[in-house]
Design a protein. Structure first.
Ligand SMILES: [Zn+2]
Length: 439
């Protein structure tokens, strides 16, 4: 579809960031063509479908580089007792929930956050999936849910030895099958090789994963040192980071989520292997596992982004949490302002580009047209120097009006055009109840 979006204020998020008032933007097929004055672009793109932006703010869609769609069914789930500590949270909540998922519940647990993503302006998600009793084809089911809504994604299956070698092998096979499939399709979806975390992976499985990575030239998506429990020293005499490096898991296409309990030597490994890190502060606070040292990660030049770890699919909660947690812990009111801005506005797009093979996150000619139109009419002056303050304290609360992914309008006037939200929720409730009954 060719689209001419008119009567908009544009936040380009380019290195020479600009806020362009009273502009138009032309989208040709899946790419941004150009920005310019209404008169000039009307003359040039006379045949394009017109969309009146009504003076709203047009900006790139948000990118979530660490998410667990299946976490949807944890919402409101009763636990027999409150889990204490990271290991109990895994054992009593997540590892019970993922075991109870079948193929249909995988689909509905992904469909709901896919709809929410579009409503909250998230246009690309890197997901990490687990369903040990429904492994084969699970990534296809997630892709189908994303396809219906139009959301872009990078998917993987979380391989682990916690349920035995057969499940680990099946997980690797699912990653490989999906990687090969998306390679052929060349669409909005890509695969990675998912791994749970070093402490639930045997040497054999890590070696098989590394071999798959080499054969398919693909990176890994793994949790690293989220809790103190993810430490290889007691068993192997080396840190989890060292163990993953030795196994050949860390490289410039690998995402290590969390990286909280790591040393300076571990950081040097992440830097030398150019491994990416994703910070998820809301989840970290919820699990009471600590706080990543953003300042040294970024200071060392490690590509660090901001994700949500399944707490929500929208990025706003974690943006605000990231802005607060470091100030609070360090009792330093300056901490995190520029760092979190860089992670959200620059690094998340670079991470997605590496794993998703698509250029997005900015409004510039030739970049992919993943765009959102926000009901944000700034009550104070808005310029390129103060945009982050407007994002954190204004845009985060402003309704997203229109979401465009790959040049296609998937939400207009706050109405999802691609899926029936109420019907999806009704079906999801039905499957969530079945999943809970199993637990
Ligand atoms: Zn996670």
């Amino acid at each position: 579809m060719n689209l001419l979006i008119e009567n908009i204020r544009i936040f380009t998020n380019t290195p020479d960031t600009e806020i362009l008032p009273a502009q138009s933007l032309a989208v040709e097929n899946d790419l941004i063509k150009e920005t310019g004055s209404a008169v000039a672009l009307r003359a040039k793109y006379a045949g394009f479908e017109k969309l009146d932006g009504q003076g709203k703010l047009l900006m790139p869609g948000w990118i979530n580089p660490h998410m667990h769609f299946y976490g949807t069914f944890a919402r409101g789930m009763a636990l027999q007792k409150a889990p204490q500590g990271f290991k109990e949270i895994l054992e009593q909540l997540w590892w019970k929930l993922d075991k109870a998922l079948d193929a249909e519940s995988v689909y509905y647990s992904a469909l709901i956050p896919a709809i929410t993503a579009i409503k909250s302006g998230v246009t690309s998600v890197v997901d990490h999936h687990a369903s040990p009793n429904a492994i084969d084809g699970s990534l296809d089911r997630i892709q189908q849910a994303l396809e219906i809504t139009g959301l872009r994604g990078v998917l993987c299956y979380e391989v682990s030895d916690r349920d035995g070698l057969q499940k680990a092998k099946a997980g690797l096979a699912e990653n490989e099958r999906y990687l090969r499939k998306t390679e052929k399709e060349a669409g909005l979806y890509r695969g990675m090789i998912g791994l749970h975390a070093a402490f639930t992976l045997s040497d054999e499985t890590l070696a098989a994963a590394a071999d798959l990575g080499k054969r398919t030239k693909t990176g890994f998506h793994i949790h690293l040192a989220e809790g103190k429990e993810d430490d290889a020293r007691p068993q192997y005499g080396i840190s989890a980071t060292e163990r993953l490096q030795k196994a050949g898991i860390l490289n410039r296409q690998t995402i290590a989520a969390h990286a909280i309990h790591i040393s300076e030597a571990d950081r040097a490994i992440l830097k030398s292997t150019d491994t990416m890190v994703v910070h998820n502060p809301q989840s970290n606070m919820n699990n009471a596992v600590g706080r990543a040292d953003l300042f040294n990660l970024l200071g060392d030049g490690i590509l660090t982004g901001l994700g949500t770890d399944g707490m929500s699919v929208s990025l706003f909660g974690d943006m605000r949490a990231a802005n607060l947690i470091h100030k609070h812990d360090l009792q330093d009111s300056r901490a995190g302002w520029t760092e979190v801005q860089k992670m959200v506005l620059q690094n998340n797009a670079t991470i997605y580009e590496r794993v998703g093979g698509v250029r997005l996150g900015k409004i510039a000619p030739g970049l992919t047209a993943d765009l959102i139109l926000v009901d944000y009419f700034p009550p104070t002056p808005l310029n390129c120097e103060n945009i982050w303050g407007h994002i954190l304290f204004g845009i985060a609360d402003a309704p997203v009006d229109t979401t465009i992914i790959n040049g296609k309008i998937v939400m207009r006037d706050k109405k999802i055009l691609t899926a029936d939200e109420k019907e999806a929720a009704a079906k999801a409730r039905e499957f969530a109840q079945r999943v809970w009954d199993k637990i």
